[in-house]
Design a protein around this ligand. Structure first.
Ligand code: FAD
Ligand code: FES
Ligand code: FES
Length: 479
């Protein structure tokens, strides 16, 4: 019988917080501003898009304390059990002076109205802790999720590059207190299930506890990174009770590379999966870095991106192209299926009541595989795809003998282009094969028009992406 605790416990800056009352949809940002008066953290969009609400959340994982920049507007309180929340107020030095990142922002004139500034400081603080002397690319990635509407980005980029001249992480309070904070968090980890509000919030003790709970309460909302659910709560005012939180379950976030397969636990964040997958899959890194912004990639999970069944989610086309297998669990029973089989129709997945996504198994592509991953969206960063695609083709003795072409944004579900794949098989790798596959796409898809893109645009983009794939995989000058 799992022991139950009836309060959430976490660290907020230096203070230990115990909350007996927290609703499933209560956000961290609300608590900071309305209940704690920590108004340095701002609210802009309330949907994870602007970064004004950025804070750091630290968590013990296998004994190590990791801090990540997250959006507090869509970070729900129950997910913070056992964590250390760090807000901009915590950056002041012992004499109340500015932090090196803040001083660099001042000296580089990187703040005008100042509304975005605390969020930008927190994103840059997270970067400075990891990489005090970042490259230009690393700075731009760290700021993908932060909007500034009046300063202009050049001074902010200069401040990010200059921060290390004002001080280094080894002298930072958070780093100096790392062991003490880790010990305080370890002392909070009592192995209990947390239940609040008569069961409207459950934070399971472990994966088995989660499986038992979902069998008993199949209608409960599973909350992983809350990058979808936080928006439903804030914008649609959706009631998600009863809700069961899974982001803290290390077993469900485990990533294991065994032989030719990388198994990614459903609760692994985009950022964690990126570190494991992109070195094994040539060409994937750029695509991955365009999913959301840095804060969203630190929060959103691989399992959530698959489970939500969205036809425009970025991971399914890639994972389907790579031949991934999905593992589902209900109670103690597990079943596996090709990922594409999970998506039955719009909003309908092959998931039984009480069942959940446990992991996805991704075969490492063969060295000779021709690979392409493409995302077309209105903005380069922090935007949802109009069309996205994953392609994997194998060529033997000049002829295509295997092809997997998967698209998002072209149908009611992420979907393989089977007619186009058939048009490629057996042909020589060349322009004629690609043109035949492009024509066959008309049989595979009848895309819709919406505010993101028209049907005609989507059809044209899909076809053009095949051509681009061919050009990307064909040395200049060859036929
Ligand atoms: C600002 C912003 C930018 C974004 N940009 C992108 C983008 O570029 N590309 C993209 O694809 N998406 C994007 N998203 C959407 C979002 O990041 C993804 O859909 C995300 O992967 C969802 O994962 P999560 O862990 O946050 O899921 P949650 O919000 O926690 O849950 C989403 C759904 O999945 C269910 N669920 C979660 N885990 C499981 C599980 N293990 N088993 C069964 N059901 C489960 C939940 O119950 C819920 O129905 C963006 C979102 C925001 C707010
Ligand atoms: S308020 Fe805009 S990301 Fe949170
Ligand atoms: S300084 Fe005004 S929005 Fe950035």
């Amino acid at each position: 019988m799992t022991a139950v605790r009836r309060e959430l416990r976490f660290l907020l800056n230096d203070e230990e917080v115990a909350l007996e009352h927290a609703g499933p949809g209560d956000s961290l940002l609300e608590m900071l501003r309305l209940r704690r008066g920590l108004c340095g953290t701002k609210e802009g969009c309330a949907e994870g898009d602007c970064g004004a609400c950025t804070v750091l959340v630290g968590r013990l994982r296998r004994g190590q304390l990791h801090y990540q920049a997250v959006n507090s507007c869509i970070r729900l309180l129950p997910s913070l059990d056992g964590c250390h929340v760090v807000t901009v107020e915590h950056l002041a030095g012992p004499d109340g002076g500015l932090h090196p990142v803040q001083q660099a922002m001042v000296d580089c004139h990187a703040s005008q109205c100042g509304f975005c500034t605390p969020g930008i400081v927190m994103a840059l603080y997270a970067l400075w802790l990891e990489r005090p002397r970042p490259s230009d690319g690393e700075i731009r990635r760290a700021l993908q999720g932060n909007l500034c509407r009046c300063t202009g980005y050049a001074p902010i980029l200069r401040a990010a590059a200059a921060a290390a001249d004002y001080g280094l992480p080894e002298d930072d309070g958070l780093m100096r207190n790392r062991e003490a904070v880790a010990a305080r968090l370890a002392a909070m980890a009592d192995g209990c299930r947390v239940e609040l509000g008569g069961g409207s919030v459950v934070v399971p003790a472990d994966e088995d506890d989660l499986a038992d709970m979902l069998e008993a309460e199949p209608a409960a909302t599973m909350v992983a990174g809350a990058t979808d659910i936080g928006v439903w709560v804030n914008k649609d005012l959706r009631d998600i009770a009863p809700a069961v939180f899974i982001g803290h379950l290390d077993g469900l976030g485990r990533i294991a590379a065994t032989g030719e397969v990388i198994e990614i636990g459903a609760a692994a964040s985009y950022s964690d999966a990126e570190a494991a997958l992109t070195p094994a899959v040539p060409g994937l890194a750029d695509y991955w870095s365009r999913i959301g912004g840095w804060q969203i990639r630190n929060m959103g999970t691989v399992g959530g991106n698959i489970a939500n069944g969205s036809p425009i989610a970025d991971l399914p086309p890639v994972l389907i192209a790579l031949g991934a297998e999905l593992v589902l669990r209900r109670g103690r029973a597990r079943r596996a299926m090709p990922l594409e089989a999970y998506f039955l129709d719009y909003g309908k997945q092959d998931l039984a009541p009480g069942e959940f996504v446990e992991a996805v198994r991704v075969p490492k592509p063969a060295a000779a595989a021709r690979l392409g991953f493409y995302k077309v969206s209105k903005r380069r960063d922090e935007d949802i795809s109009s069309v996205c695609a994953g392609f994997m083709v194998r060529v033997r003795d000049g002829r295509i003998d295997a092809a997997r072409l998967a698209f998002g944004g072209m149908a009611a579900t992420p979907k393989r282009a089977e007619a186009a794949e058939a048009a490629l098989r057996g042909r020589e790798w060349g322009e004629a094969a690609i043109e035949a596959a492009g024509r066959a796409l008309e049989r595979d898809f009848s895309p819709i028009s919406d505010w993101r893109a028209s049907a005609a645009y989507r059809a044209l983009v899909a076809r053009n992406l095949l051509t681009r794939f061919y050009l990307d995989n064909t040395p200049a000058g060859s036929p």
